[in-house]
Every structure is written in C-alpha cells, then in structure tokens.
Design a binder for this molecule. Structure first.
Ligand SMILES: NC(=O)NCCC[C@H](N)C(=O)O
Length: 481
C-alpha cells in the first residue's frame, strides 16, 4: 500500500467539523459548450462565460480551499502561481504544474490516475459508450486514448481536436450531488435527471477502482431499484428510487437528514434508510419533505448549518404555512399541498415508531441541542433577512447553500446582500475572498484561528448554474466537532 493510500482517511460525522479533505471539480471546457437551447435540459439557468467562471470566480475558491486544507501548496507561492508566465497551470488537471493536492482532490485528476489501468480503461470506455450510444468503432478508438485526454473527454464530451462526440456534464462542478460521506461510508447517488447520469457512472468507477479508496470498497453504499419500478408499465415516477447528494446531510455522528425533493424520491429515501440501518452506519435518519420544485431542488438549497447552534434557512421552509382564518379565500381554495414541509425521524431500534417534528426549525433546534450538545440558544439566520421578496430571490442564488470550512467559518456568494446583513446582525465578520487571500498569504490572518466569518465569493457566472459552495464540495474528511 502506498503512502498516499495509508494516509487516506474517509470520515465525516458533522456538517461543520474542520474540513480536511474534499472532492471538487473545477469548471471544465464542457461548461463553455452549453448552448441556450440545451441550457435547461442540462440544468443550467443560462449559458456561462468560461474564462470568467474560472479566473474570476472558481479559482478563488480553489485558492481559499488550499489555504485551509493544504497551505504548503500555496503559501508563499501565490504570486508565482498567478503570474502570467504560469498560464494557470496550477489549476489544470493533468498538467505537470497542477497542484496535485491530496486534500483538495480534483475528480478529473483522480480519473486520469485511475485510467492508467488498461483494464479499468476498457470497462469505463464501454460503459460511457453504452450510455452515450457511441458506435463500436468509436469505442475502440477511445480505448486507445491516453488517460489525460480520455478523462477530459469523459467529462467534457469533447476530443482534443475540439470535436464534440457527446454532451458535456457541466453539473459535475456540483460534486456534492454525486455521493455523500456518512461516517466512514460513502453513499452513492442515483440521479433523478438524465443530464447527471454520466457523472454518477464516473464516480461509481472512481470509488470502486481508484487506489486511494481501496480500504473503503466495502463501505460504498449503492441504492437499488425497487422491483415495482421496472415492472410497472410506462415511466411511473412514484416508484423510482432516486437520491442526489444535495439531499443528504450528515448532521451528527449518528444522525443523517435526507430530503425528499424534486430529486430524491420517497422510494430513494426508503432504500437509503434501509441500507444505513442494515449496515449499522447510523441510528437515526430524519426525512425532511420539501416542495418538489426547481426553486428548491435539494435540501441544501433551503438550509445549511453554520455553527453548532446556528443555521441559515429559508423561512417558508422553516415553518409550516399558517392557516389565516381572517382571509375568506383560505376557506375557498384547496390547501397548497406543495408548500408543506414535514420532518419525520426514524430510529434503527424503534421500527414502526417514527417521531414527527412540528416544523423544520424544531428539528434543527433538536439537532443543535440534543445531538450536538449546544448549550447556547439555537440561532436561525433567514435568507434575505426574512424580508419579501429578498428571501426567495436570495434563496434562488444560494443564500442558504453555504460550505463550512470549520465551525462558524462559511463560504457563500457575494450577491445575497440582505442575507449578508442578517449574518452581520448575528455578529459575524464578513470578508471578501480577494482580501482574505491577500491576508492569508501575508500572514495577517491565520486560517487556524479564524472564527465566525462569512467569506464572500464572486458569483455572477457561477450562480447561473444554480448551486452554491455546499453543492460544489464533497467532504471526505472532517475533524470531529
Ligand atoms: N446540491 C445542489 O443543490 N446542487 C446544485 C445542482 C445544480 C445543477 N444545475 C442541477 O440542477 O442539478
């Protein structure tokens, strides 16, 4: 076993313990190929400008992650990394000057490494060609490609000569959705959307074949289809088992939240719960049912955790809608079923006796106080400072989708002004990532001692893809709280 394999640990038991290792994917050339007529099918709200999304936005995220997770790769070298002569090579998977961090793991780089094995290469090429409907001759041609080119092709859909042979998978930047680390297990997703199918295939191959995950092969959980799904005529969505990682949150060592949403079906949640209980991964799973609509998409688009006792949430999800008896209209029309949210908790040792929470906020308070033993009152920061129409506008641009680098230090978009005000009102420092990076480089600020801070990231292009930094991260290792 190599040194890299020996040192490789998989373990996440909260949403906010100090982040030590994660999987990411930087915007690849496929994002620059999204055309207006396909943007919606490929789950983007608009086309994006590739150069800006890379240099003006995502590169700052990469640098920030490096200062927190792998400072040796960046500290003292920032000017050289960002110099014109360096040509962004630090950021390019497969390049000899690529950062190659063992903490900030780039999926494309892991794919290149995995494809060094001829037998895996043949299998993956066959699988990709099968789902993309390639000709047999093309399949033979791809099997001869070198690992770097092939990895790029599998992700971007484009050959080195710029010929597109199948669609890109631009949503791979949202690594959260392809799987979730639950203690030392990895729960793979089963995507609801066709546009995300190849991502899942690539990740399945990586987790089962890349040497760094070797010690964890028996800890990979895959969700099966239920017989009812493939025996029923037509495409009956109510029996499909789908689950996407943005709906799964590891909130405390024994407790997982699963959202039932536009993307995760009730059957998907059901199969995941059975797997988690049968394999003794956790004792409690709470299913949070949110409205199945594009605005919300996944659980992590409506709330994320900031500190043991602090959460950011969209108020309409936090509480069940109140019945207003003063308005005759409320007696006349059917209740809006779609808007209701519920939280139902299942315990491994009490089958058939679920516990119901009055609303989502009560669940979050329970997690803070009882699971995480917070002694402070639970604080809720609302999207848009709980003011209409900023609440829903800012939720749409991921005000609730924050990534915790450590307890209290979270990363979010710079465009959600009212939510930023709400953070300030709760005593958080708010810093612009560009200033912070200068201060981390000069030593004026130390990542180890930072507390209660919201780090603001440039977001004009990234937010068109409809995901924030929680979505753009798949934590593999966090410290215990
Ligand atoms: N966890 C997340 O909410 N991920 C964001 C996914 C955005 C992507 N464009 C999608 O619609 O699937």
């Amino acid at each position: 076993m190599s040194k890299q394999q020996q040192d490789f640990k998989v373990n996440v038991n909260t949403e906010i313990g100090r982040l030590r290792k994660l999987l990411i994917h930087s915007p690849d050339s496929g994002l620059g190929k999204v055309v207006p007529s396909k943007a919606q099918d490929w789950l983007f709200e608009d086309i994006v400008h590739l150069d800006t999304i890379r240099k003006g936005e995502y590169d700052y995220y990469l640098k920030l992650l490096m200062y927190f997770l792998d400072p040796e790769k960046i500290k003292g070298k920032l000017a050289a990394i960002d110099s014109e002569e360096a040509n962004r090579n630090f950021y390019k998977p497969g390049h000899k000057e690529f950062h190659n961090s063992n903490s900030v793991l780039e999926i494309q780089q892991l794919l290149i490494e995995m494809l060094e094995s001829e037998s895996i290469k043949k299998k993956l090429v066959s699988a990709v060609c099968a789902i993309e409907g390639c000709t047999y001759k093309l399949q033979l041609q791809l099997a001869e490609m070198d690992p770097k080119e092939l990895a790029e092709l599998c992700i971007s859909g484009t050959m080195a000569n710029d010929t597109m042979i199948f669609a890109p998978i631009p949503n791979l930047i949202f690594t959260r959705d392809v799987g979730t680390t639950i203690n030392n297990f990895i729960l793979l997703n089963k995507p609801a959307k066709k546009a995300r199918a190849r991502e899942t295939l690539l990740m399945r191959y990586l987790f089962f074949n890349h040497p760094v995950f070797e010690a964890y092969r028996n800890n990979i959980l895959e969700i099966p289809d239920v017989t009812m799904h493939f025996l029923r005529p037509g495409d009956e969505p109510s029996f499909s088992t789908t689950l996407e990682g943005g709906d799964v949150m590891m909130v405390s060592p024994n407790h997982v939240l699963i959202g039932c949403s536009e993307r995760t079906s009730e059957h998907g949640a059901n199969e995941a719960i059975k797997l988690l209980f049968e394999q003794n991964v956790v004792e409690k799973v709470t299913v949070v049912k949110i409205p199945a609509k594009r605005d919300y998409m996944h659980l992590d688009t409506v709330f994320t955790q900031v500190k043991r006792n602090t959460w950011v949430i969209l108020n309409s999800i936090a509480h069940s809608p109140k019945f207003n008896a003063d308005e005759p209209i409320n007696f006349l029309k059917e209740p809006e079923k779609l808007e209701a949210t519920t939280a139902i908790q299942f315990h491994k040792d009490k089958p058939g006796e679920p516990k119901y929470f009055e609303h989502v906020e009560a669940l979050l308070d329970d997690i803070s106080r009882n699971d995480l033993h917070s002694t402070e009152p639970t604080k809720i920061i609302y999207s848009g400072n709980n003011t209409f129409p900023y609440d829903s506008r800012e939720q749409w641009t991921d005000s609730c989708n924050l990534l915790a680098l450590k307890e209290g230090v979270v990363v979010g978009y710079d465009r959600n002004d009212k939510t930023v005000d709400a953070f300030k009102a709760e005593g958080f420092n708010v810093v612009d990532v560009k200033d912070l990076i200068q201060d981390l480089e000069s030593g004026k600020v130390d990542a180890n001692t930072m507390t209660d801070t919201l780090i603001l990231m440039p977001s004009a292009e990234l937010s068109r893809a409809r995901g924030g930094f929680h979505c753009m991260s798949l934590p593999i290792l966090r410290d215990n709280l």
